[in-house]
Design a protein around this ligand. Structure first.
Ligand SMILES: [Zn+2]
Length: 102
């Protein structure tokens, strides 16, 4: 068991291709972190649309989609940056579907 720290910037950049600098274990962002980040992104997207609608109600639905997408991107990235939990990546052969190996 290793308790080395991985830089947050590396977690954002290589979410599925991380490697521990100390023990060389192959790591990835856990599924729970992905779900939390998705929820945070959805909330941030909704919040961005609501905020812009209150500040500047223009009625342009295309802009609301843009605000939602930007909010989702910022919220989910911030959640991964703050709460990223890493787990050891399992190795699979080329002939095994990852869904069936578990
Ligand atoms: Zn390690």
């Amino acid at each position: 068991m290793c308790s080395a720290r991985v830089a947050r910037g590396l977690v954002l950049r290589y979410a599925d291709q991380l490697q521990c600098s100390v023990c060389k274990a192959e790591l990835r962002v856990s599924g729970v972190t992905r779900m939390v980040a998705s929820a945070a992104g959805l909330l941030a997207g909704w919040g961005a649309v609501e905020l812009v609608a209150r500040v500047r109600p223009s009625g342009a639905w295309g802009l609301e989609i843009l605000y939602a997408v930007i909010g989702f991107a910022v919220g989910s990235t911030a959640a991964i940056f703050v709460f990223a939990d890493l787990q050891v990546r399992e190795r699979h052969g080329a002939d095994v579907f990852p869904q069936r190996a578990a």
